[in-house]
Design a binder for this molecule. Structure first.
Ligand SMILES: Cc1cc2nc3c(=O)[nH]c(=O)nc-3n(C[C@H](O)[C@H](O)[C@H](O)COP(=O)(O)OP(=O)(O)OC[C@H]3O[C@@H](n4cnc5c(N)ncnc54)[C@H](O)[C@@H]3O)c2cc1C
Ligand code: SF4
Length: 330
């Protein structure tokens, strides 16, 4: 780990001004950034500590929208009674992430900005060939052990998975990321994360010095009847092999699907909304055979790299199971 300057910011303006300087990173809970610095993957020379800034850890649930400050802790959001009631999927996706200790430290802003867990990316001492860490150097995972790598949204340059859970539920429900830098702006979360293409080192829409100040999730009936299903190699403290964030709204007959939301985690290079399956189900009767047949298309365009082929079978089953749960037919 290299030495660095530590800059405690008193307010958002000073944090943003400091972060505009080169080789600077924001520090929130530190649960990802400090790890990556110890591994020599991240090498900032300046850290701007956000944790003293007041007013950025609020959680607000109004009639129309849910607003969560970037410094709100994962555990506080997961356990918030209004969030559990209005948006179970948000609470569940946070509870199923990491461990209790990590959730107590980690912030929502830091969670959105976590980086891939690709083992080759995280081991610069052993692997120099990683296009994400070292653009143009190749991709060790393509010929390596790639069981935990993506089958959707990949490119010849990178097959790394977006590892988080919470952003998957945000993508399903059209959340916006609220950002401050030179100006304030709101970025639809589906546009916030970028596909790797030929530039896997560019992962998101934020410019240097821009800070996430919060997120906004519009409320809807499908959000109230929502669920996050995470399938993983062990029951806790593990990233997703495949996950689905879903929500459903039924017509008054209790059988016809008026609205449905579906996003996949653990299988793609970014949180993966599957609008084609949503469109195929809207207006249709809710039944197991239809859900299973529609869910099969959730991995359309997928590409296996070898060891990760099982995800192509698994993901549609996770989608169907999650939809059956919210539909009350599981
Ligand atoms: C062992 C382990 C298991 C885990 N398992 C899971 C899991 O199952 N599911 C899951 O979703 N996550 C998992 N995580 C990831 C965990 O959720 C993240 O480490 C955590 O959410 C990061 O938040 P933080 O506040 O500690 O961020 P930090 O480590 O402080 O920062 C992370 C990154 O975000 C940037 N950043 C922080 N705040 C802002 C801001 N406001 N604006 C712009 N940039 C910002 C930092 O500069 C840094 O680049 C796991 C982590 C570990 C270590
Ligand atoms: S999958 Fe991406 S992050 Fe992993 S080694 Fe290849 S280029 Fe690097």
């Amino acid at each position: 780990m290299r030495s660095f300057d530590y800059i405690p910011a008193e307010n958002a303006d000073s944090a943003i001004a400091e972060a505009a300087k080169p080789e600077t990173r924001f520090l929130a809970g530190g649960t990802t950034l400090v790890d990556l610095m110890k591994l020599n993957v991240e090498r900032p020379s300046r850290l701007v500590d956000l944790t003293r800034i007041s007013g950025l850890d609020t959680i607000e649930v109004t009639k129309d929208v849910i607003r969560i400050g970037a410094l709100a802790k994962m555990s506080k959001v997961a356990d918030h009674s209004d969030i559990k009631d209005a948006a179970p999927v948000l609470s569940e996706s946070l509870w199923r992430a990491a461990s209790a200790q990590l959730r107590n430290m980690a912030s929502i802003g830091g969670n959105l900005m976590q980086r891939t867990r690709c083992t080759y990316f995280r081991d610069p001492g052993a692997y120099s060939n990683c296009n994400k860490r070292n653009p143009g150097s190749g991709c060790a995972a393509l010929e390596g052990v790639n069981r935990n790598h993506a089958v959707l949204g990949t490119s010849d340059a990178c097959i790394a998975i977006y590892p988080g859970d919470f952003a998957v539920s945000l993508v399903a429900f059209d959340a916006n990321v609220l950002v401050r830098g030179g100006t304030e702006r709101s970025i639809p979360i589906d546009e916030f994360y970028l596909l790797p293409g030929l530039t896997p080192h560019i992962e998101h829409e934020l410019s240097p010095g821009e800070m996430i100040v919060g997120i906004e999730i519009p409320r809807c009936a499908a959000l109230k009847r929502s669920h996050y299903l995470k399938v993983r190699d062990r029951a806790s403290y593990e990233f997703a092999a495949a996950s689905a964030a879903v929500g459903i709204e039924l017509e008054d007959d209790g059988k016809t699907i008026r609205d449905v939301r579906i996003a996949l985690g653990g299988v793609a290079t970014k949180p993966w909304r599957v609008r084609s399956v949503e469109d195929a189900l809207k207006g249709k009767q809710l039944d197991e055979a239809r859900l299973r047949s529609a869910a099969a298309a959730s991995v359309q365009g997928s590409r296996s790299s070898g060891h990760n082929a099982f995800k192509i079978d698994l993901a549609p089953k996770v989608v169907a199971r999650a939809l059956m749960t919210v539909g009350g037919i599981a």
